[in-house]
Design a protein around this ligand. Structure first.
Ligand code: AKG
Ligand code: FE2
Length: 202
């Protein structure tokens, strides 16, 4: 595992100002990443996400799931969901990510993108329930996808590719000043699973 990390400068801040984003690169080898991908496909209670667009509820093709230490309520697009209890695969990934990022987390939002047509639009993870300036650790499995940051005022953008088994950590004022999105990539035909470990403030 050390070998993989050596290829990336984990200390390097990808943002030029107003936040801190560190890309750790792959923290799992390909075989382990594939094994986790398969287990996550079957062991997670995937549900279609709901979006409210022009007052209408729309079901996304992208699937989501929400886990945590407690049945935390989590509201977005005016829909409240309660976190499910951790299962063993998520607990082992949480331990791995906590060790690698030197932070702790009490919840995890998961997204399953069936192919490159599924995406996530511009947003920042600055909901009231989240610990202010807490670290958010994003672990990716499956298809490599582009990930983009855009500064809310200057509109400057920063792009990177999130590889299979890789970890990206966003912290400090990142969510105050920067939006991020996962754009569609029509050329991608394989699925991808992303886990964002977060801290809910109770
Ligand atoms: O899938 C990704 O890499 C992004 C997920 C994300 O931004 C989120 O869950 O808030
Ligand atoms: Fe996000």
């Amino acid at each position: 595992m050390e070998l993989f990390n050596d290829l990336y400068d984990v200390e390097k801040n990808l943002l030029p100002y107003d936040g801190m984003v560190n890309y750790h690169g792959p923290i799992l080898n390909e075989l382990d990443a594939l094994a986790f991908f398969k287990i996550l496909c079957t062991e997670i209670e995937w549900q279609n996400d709901l979006l409210i667009i022009f007052g209408k509820k729309i079901e996304t093709k992208r699937k989501v799931a929400w886990y945590g230490d407690k049945a935390f309520p989590y509201t977005y697009s005016k829909i409240t969901k309660h976190a499910l209890a951790w299962n063993s695969v998520l607990l082992s990934l949480k331990t791995l990510v906590e060790k690698e990022s030197k932070e702790t987390y009490n919840s995890c939002l998961l997204n399953l993108y069936h192919d490159g047509t599924e995406q996530m639009s511009w947003h920042s993870d600055n909901e009231e329930q989240l610990k202010k300036h807490g670290a958010i650790a994003s672990l990716s499995f499956g298809a490599a996808r582009r990930f983009v940051f855009k500064h809310k005022e200057t509109k400057e953008t920063v792009q990177l590719t999130l590889a299979d088994g890789s970890l990206l950590v966003m912290k400090d004022e990142t969510q105050d000043f920067w939006l991020h999105r996962l754009p569609a990539m029509k050329i991608v035909s394989h699925p991808r699973i992303n886990l964002t470990f977060r801290t809910i403030q109770i």
